[in-house]
Design a binder for this molecule. Sequence first.
Ligand code: HEM
Length: 315
Amino acid sequence: METLMALWRGHPKVAQPPTTEANSESSRPGAQEPAQTSRARSDGAAMPPPPPPTISPPEDTTAASPQTTPKAKSASTSGAVPSLSLSASPPASAAAQARVTDASPALAPPSLSTAPIATPSTLMPPPPRPPTLNSINNSSSSSNRAPSHLSPAPARGLPNSLASSARQPGTSTLAPPPTHSARPSKPSRKVVLEPGHSPLDWARLANGPASDLRNLGPGAPYLKVTPSMLKRQTGRRGKDAWTALGGRVYNISPYLPFHPGGEPELLRCAGRDGTKLFGEIHPWVNYEGMLASSLIGMLVEEGEETGNGAMDEMD
Ligand code: HEM
């Protein structure tokens, strides 16, 4: 090495790398002191007081790199630029690597101090803990899957570490599903009613004094309706739709556009007894109150009707 260094000094190009020479020089404690004294003497002779500080700054910058070597910390304080030199280029690259490695050991264990992994690890925003660093190693090993132009280790390490840390509390607290999902719910078959046909509109119409929802003429008595009579009231051929609910017959034609389930649904019970069907769908609906003004009469057996079927005669 010494012979190589001597040869290296002989080259004219050696003039530029003196900084690296200084690095290597400063790394050796024994050679630093004499070099400082000799350099200080020469500087002091040329420019007595000021020169030392002017010379020291570049030396300090170069002296920062020698920190990479194990004995470099003392060299930074020396600030000397000895004439001795090692190989020019290797120390510079080694210094660059050493800076990275110097930064990485503070954050990472020595096993993680390899150059490709160390640079992303230093870029890790949150403080990488030992477990996260392990995950980084794992992610870096599987980094071939990710796009190469993106920084694989931090980008992938972060979500993993954060996700793992966020999942544990999140899953534990959010594990129980909402209770309202336990109840099986049927899809609603309600239809969109035309404007002016809301339940409130029906209530207004049904309770109005001038309304004749029975369509039997003003002052017509309640009728005794036989099944044969009921069967003809299907809502077709110009006739109203009647249905029997709980032994009573109602004219449901006026209510058709107000029925939340739609007209076809309501017409399923037209011309027959709809008690069973009604109870299967919505037994909670108060049809008696809603259709009070549409009451035709009572459902009776065949032959029970007398006269013209008016209930007045029965009462
Ligand atoms: C017997 C023949 C009838 C059939 C087949 C029928 C059918 C239906 C259907 C399928 C619905 C939708 C249920 C849903 O998805 O929530 C419904 C709702 C409704 N029907 Fe009927 N219906 C009939 C008679 C009546 C009658 C006579 C009335 C009262 C005069 C009535 C009043 C209502 C009311 C108020 C709703 C809304 C129920 C709710 O909001 O939960 N229905 N009907």
